[in-house]
Design a protein around this ligand. Structure first.
Ligand code: FAD
Ligand code: FES
Length: 363
């Protein structure tokens, strides 16, 4: 992780004010955000925090979406579901108690209302599977509290006992029943959601914004179903819950070094001075990265503040549109082929290959 004077990219010590046992295999951690960090920790519904936990001789970092809404909940809350043999998810479920202090990176991420067309007042269709409910319920609450959107939602779970936020969802249904409809689905009695099911749900809803988060196979079927129904890609927003590659894994490290070397050679062969123009918050900045240096690293070196969190290619919070030139992404564990095709790049992994490159960060 790179160091930066910008508090949005620094680790902060945060006290856990409450631990909520949600289900047999999931807990929520509520954080006490000090007043002086309120601005740095302000967030949009759907964004995530990154937690650092001690592990063996070092530490491990993982992202957890905020399940609270900035528009209806006074506190920051993340919810962690155990993953079989997962290191951090089990550690957090077993070890954290009220009053403990954790190291936390401020909110980040692009899976929120306001991304793409989603800033509009379009009606929403939300697909959540298992722990994928966390950013989705945040978006749901904000949508219901702040506007007049109609919201449909499908929430799939293994069985009834594994449902997180059941009571909270029931309250939202009874309070906003005129514009919120929720379909619950259980694998043990209803079977897995299939393509026909997704098509049936999305038929006639093609003008809505879709937010999708859940296990890999669930997301694949939903994304395919929406493609089949010809829902425009800019109306479909997805969040992938992935862990970072193990940095101490020698194979991963070798692959990364090889990719960086290749990028350096290609850039040197072209013989051009590499210039990267970064457009952020309406301002243009021209950078001259070292061969093989990523856009984020070059921006940081030049004192330009750009969004990033994991810097390892799995959280997507550094994504930007490549509008000119050619880059190589050293790693990409999160952007889909369709997003890459659409011009999105992870700037923490993007190394310029051609003489002039221009990347534009979304608002
Ligand atoms: C943007 C974002 C938001 C997220 N939000 C949430 C959320 O709200 N709630 C939530 O519960 N999760 C969320 N996640 C997922 C979360 O960050 C972790 O990926 C998840 O908790 C698993 O981490 P872990 O350390 O427990 O598992 P890991 O230890 O990373 O293991 C993951 C898988 O790899 C296997 N594995 C274990 N050890 C190793 C090893 N040494 N080498 C290779 N493989 C190994 C495990 O068996 C497991 O199947 C989010 C992820 C992202 C990127
Ligand atoms: S900062 Fe996480 S993917 Fe780039």
């Amino acid at each position: 992780m790179q160091s930066s004077p910008d508090p949005r990219h620094q680790w902060h010590e945060m006290t856990v004010s409450r631990v909520i046992r949600e289900t047999g295999d999931a807990c929520s951690l509520v954080f006490d955000v000090p007043v002086e960090l309120a601005e740095v920790f302000s967030y949009r519904a759907g964004q995530f925090l990154t937690l650092r936990v001690p592990w063996q001789d070092g530490s491990l970092d993982r992202c957890y979406s905020l399940a609270s809404s900035p528009d209806s909940d006074p506190e920051h809350k993340v919810t962690i579901k155990r993953v079989e043999d997962g290191r951090v998810s089990n550690w957090l479920n077993e070890n954290v108690a009220e009053g403990d202090v954790l190291r936390v990176l401020p909110p980040a991420g692009h899976f929120h209302l306001g991304h793409g067309r989603a800033g509009s007042e379009s009606d929403l269709f939300l697909f959540a599977g298992g722990s994928g409910i966390t950013p989705v319920i945040s978006i749901l609450k904000t949508a219901l509290v702040t506007g007049s959107r109609r919201v449909s939602m499908l929430y799939a779970n293994r069985d009834h006992d594994s449902v997180i936020f059941d009571a909270e969802l029931a309250q939202l249904e009874s309070r906003y029943g005129d514009r919120f409809d929720l379909q619950r689905r259980y694998d043990d009695s209803d079977g897995f959601l299939d393509l026909a099911g997704v098509r049936a749900l999305s038929a006639g809803n093609g003008d809505r914004e879709f937010f999708v988060c859940g296990p890999g196979p669930f997301m694949e079927v939903v994304e395919q179903g929406l493609r089949d129904e010809l829902v425009p890609v800019e109306q479909v927003h997805v969040e992938h819950f992935v862990s970072p590659p193990d940095v101490d894994d020698e194979k991963v490290a070798r692959e990364q070094e090889k990719a960086a070397e290749q990028a350096r050679e290609q850039a040197a062969d072209s013989g051009e001075v590499i210039k990267v123009v970064v457009v952020i918050d309406g301002h243009e900045h021209e950078l001259e990265p070292e061969p093989g240096q990523t856009v984020v690293a070059a921006a940081e070196a030049a004192g330009i503040s750009v969004p990033f969190s994991c810097t390892e290619g799995y959280c997507a919070c550094c994504m930007a549109q490549l509008v000119e030139g050619e880059v190589k992404m050293l790693r990409n564990d999160v952007l889909t082929p369709a997003e890459v095709e659409d011009g999105w790049v992870l700037t923490c992994q993007a190394v310029a290959l051609s003489g002039r490159v221009r990347v534009e960060y979304p608002d």
